[in-house]
Design a protein around this ligand. Structure first.
Ligand SMILES: Cc1cc2nc3c(=O)[nH]c(=O)nc-3n(C[C@H](O)[C@H](O)[C@H](O)COP(=O)(O)O)c2cc1C
Length: 196
C-alpha cells in the first residue's frame, strides 16, 4: 500500500513539476547600440556556438520581442485591436516554456527536450534555444509574429549574438507537442544563440 501511495505521489509531483515557473530577471535596458547600428548589423547567422542562452539574456530578448513597455500592459509590438493574441514559446534542453510577458516569467509546458524537431538543417545541431511564435488571428497572426521576430533580430544584432528566422521545422509535430487549441496556429520559429 505504502509503495502504491509513493508511486501516486511521485506521479503527482511530476505533474506539478510541469507547472514550474521561472521568474526571469528584470530586462536590462542599458544597451548603447543605436537603432541604425543594429539595422546595419542584422543578418541570419548560421554558425552557432553551443553556449546556452542565460535567463538574463532571455529576459532581455523576450522583452524586446513582446514585453510590456507601458503601465497599461501594452507591448513592444502593435497587435490588431490590442488583442495581444501572440504567444512565444521557448524550446530548450529543459523542455518547452511559454513566455508570460505580464509576469516576466516562463511557464513550463513540457519537461522534454524537443530541439530535434528543429534540426532539419545541419547548422541547427549546436542550437539550444528556439523560439516558436503562435497566434490565432486569421488575418494578422503572421504580422504579429513578424513584428516580434524582427525585434529579436535587432536585439541579436545589437548584442553580437546569432539568430535565424526559420520556417523549415517539423511544424505538425511542434503543433502536437504544444497541444494548441483549435484556432491557434504555429506561425514561425527562430533559432537564437551565440556566434561560434
Ligand atoms: C519567414 C522566413 C522563413 C525562413 N526560413 C528559413 C529556414 O527554414 N532556414 C533557414 O536557414 N533560413 C530561413 N530563413 C532565413 C532567410 O533565408 C534569410 O533571412 C534570407 O536568406 C536573407 O538573409 P539575411 O537574413 O541574412 O538577410 C527564413 C526567413 C524568413 C523571413
Amino acid at each position: 500500500m505504502k509503495k502504491i501511495l509513493g508511486v501516486i505521489m511521485a506521479g503527482f509531483m511530476a505533474t506539478s513539476a510541469l507547472a514550474a515557473e521561472i521568474k526571469l530577471p528584470l530586462p536590462e535596458k542599458t544597451n548603447t547600440t543605436t537603432l541604425i547600428q543594429a539595422l546595419e548589423n542584422r543578418y541570419s547567422e548560421r554558425e552557432f556556438s553551443d553556449k546556452v542562452v542565460d535567463n538574463q539574456t532571455l529576459s532581455n530578448l523576450l522583452w524586446a520581442a513582446y514585453g510590456v513597455n507601458r503601465e497599461d500592459g501594452r507591448r513592444t509590438i502593435p497587435t490588431a485591436l490590442n488583442k495581444k493574441d501572440l504567444n512565444i514559446y521557448v524550446f530548450n534542453k529543459d523542455g518547452i516554456w511559454l513566455y508570460d510577458a505580464t509576469k516576466n516569467s516562463l511557464i513550463q509546458q513540457s519537461a522534454e527536450n524537443y530541439l530535434k524537431l528543429f534540426q532539419l538543417q545541419d547548422y541547427m545541431e549546436p542550437v539550444s534555444t528556439v523560439l516558436v511564435y503562435t497566434g490565432s488571428n486569421e488575418d494578422y497572426a503572421a504580422m504579429h509574429a513578424g513584428s516580434a521576430y524582427q525585434n529579436v533580430e535587432l536585439y541579436i544584432a545589437a548584442n553580437n549574438m546569432a539568430s535565424v528566422v526559420r520556417g523549415y521545422f517539423e511544424r505538425e509535430k511542434v503543433r502536437e507537442v504544444l497541444k494548441l487549441p483549435d484556432g491557434q496556429r504555429v506561425i514561425i520559429s527562430q533559432a537564437i544563440g551565440w556566434k561560434k
